[in-house]
Design a protein around this ligand. Structure first.
Ligand code: FES
Ligand SMILES: [Fe+2]
Length: 367
């Protein structure tokens, strides 16, 4: 397919063509060239010593079945959850694991280190390929506080994401908060489905331009003039101050944001992971493409300071999400119109969108 042009100069560039967002070929290409190669947040993280926790990366797109296996000494591994004999899922819900992991189909047994320990009935000796593939650190697994990131083995490792560049940026800005204990709060888990291409959702998230029109409630809590955008390899960051200091985070000495008031850091990690860091903790939302014109948004909440829940710009996530979903679906509908045109970027507010488009088209065109 012919990929849309993206001029590096934002003054000359245009948004992607409307028809691109509903193109099945672009969707299939994004699955292989973007999502199958990207770093992903693995949520939940590993469980207690002696436990198994299954996790699926991007259900409906990648459907990659993984398994956190933590031995009784507390050593965690991220393994494939597909049996090496015929692919049966080894573990379908979190549970204790004391004596390894037995496949429910023909009984192949694995240790929590992923090694195949026994398989009667095969009439041959176990081979090394019978061990479960592992996504191991640092090549394919990284951790930062309560957050774990992984990527699948890639055919062209140098082409995209040689390093998770966003980890350095996360560490620099919010590492001091992530170093503290966080609690996974099931109350904050929500799922939304949006009738729109995943990239339309991402674009909307990347600009605060729409705040006063789409989110009248939120815009009363965020100081519009304080809104700042920063771009970095592999993502971008928006920093917001609360109105009258509501929800402001106490910054340690020497912090890059020292001297300004910060109530929220909104990180975009290319392609479709968002980390919203507030005084109370972290709200994570991951966009899961389900087809060219449908996506699912999955929210999770990691609470650091429960007493700060309910204050500042991170307080009304549900209302804000519904407002966003409505406007994103409206754009998808408008873009189905044959009269829809390629817009121009706001030079003030849409630099992060332009940056996203550059990464997206470059990844689609990579070898
Ligand atoms: S599929 Fe697991 S032992 Fe056959
Ligand atoms: Fe919004």
């Amino acid at each position: 397919m012919v990929l849309p042009d993206t001029d590096p100069d934002i003054e000359r560039a245009r948004w992607l063509p409307p028809a691109f967002y509903a193109d099945p070929e672009a969707h299939a290409l994004a699955r292989e060239k973007v999502f199958a190669r990207a770093w992903h947040l693995v949520f939940p993280g590993p469980g207690e010593p002696g436990s198994l926790v299954p996790v699926t990366l991007l259900p409906g797109l990648l459907d990659e079945s993984l398994l956190w296996a933590t031995d009784k000494r507390g050593r965690s591994r991220l393994l494939s959850n597909a049996c090496t004999h015929r692919g049966a899922i080894l573990c379908d819900s979190p549970r204790r694991a004391v004596a390894g992991l037995a496949c429910p189909y023909h009984g192949r047994v694995f240790g929590l280190d992923g090694r195949c320990r026994e398989h009667g009935g095969m009439g041959r000796e176990p081979e090394p390929t019978w061990n479960l593939p592992e996504l191991d650190a640092p090549r394919a697994l990284r951790a930062l506080g309560p957050l774990h990131f992984a990527r699948l083995p890639v055919e062209h490792p140098s082409a995209t994401w040689p390093e998770p560049a966003f980890l350095g940026e996360l560490q620099r800005r919010v590492g001091f908060l992530l170093a503290e204990p966080h609690r996974d709060d099931p109350e904050g888990a929500r799922v939304y489905e949006v009738e729109a291409n995943w990239a339309l959702y991402v674009e909307n998230y990347l600009e605060g331009f729409h705040l006063r029109w789409v989110h009248p409630g939120l815009s009363r809590q965020v100081e519009a003039e304080s809104y700042a955008y920063e771009l970095f390899p592999g993502g971008s960051l928006q920093v917001a101050s609360g109105q009258d200091g509501a929800g402001d985070v106490a910054l340690p000495a020497g912090h890059p944001d020292a001297g300004r008031r910060v109530a929220a850091w909104y990180f975009h990690l290319f392609p479709a992971t968002f980390l919203n860091v507030y005084r109370w903790g972290v709200s994570v939302n991951v966009v899961e493409p389900l087809g060219p014109t449908r996506c699912r948004v999955r929210y999770r909440r990691l609470v650091r300071d429960a007493t700060a829940l309910g204050e500042g710009p991170g307080a009304q996530l549900h209302e804000v999400e519904l407002e966003d979903d409505r406007i994103v679906a409206s754009v998808a509908q408008g873009y189905r119109s044959r009269l829809a045109t390629r817009g121009r970027y706001s030079l003030v507010h849409e630099r992060a969108v332009h940056h996203f488009h550059r990464m997206y088209i470059e990844a689609l065109g990579s070898a």
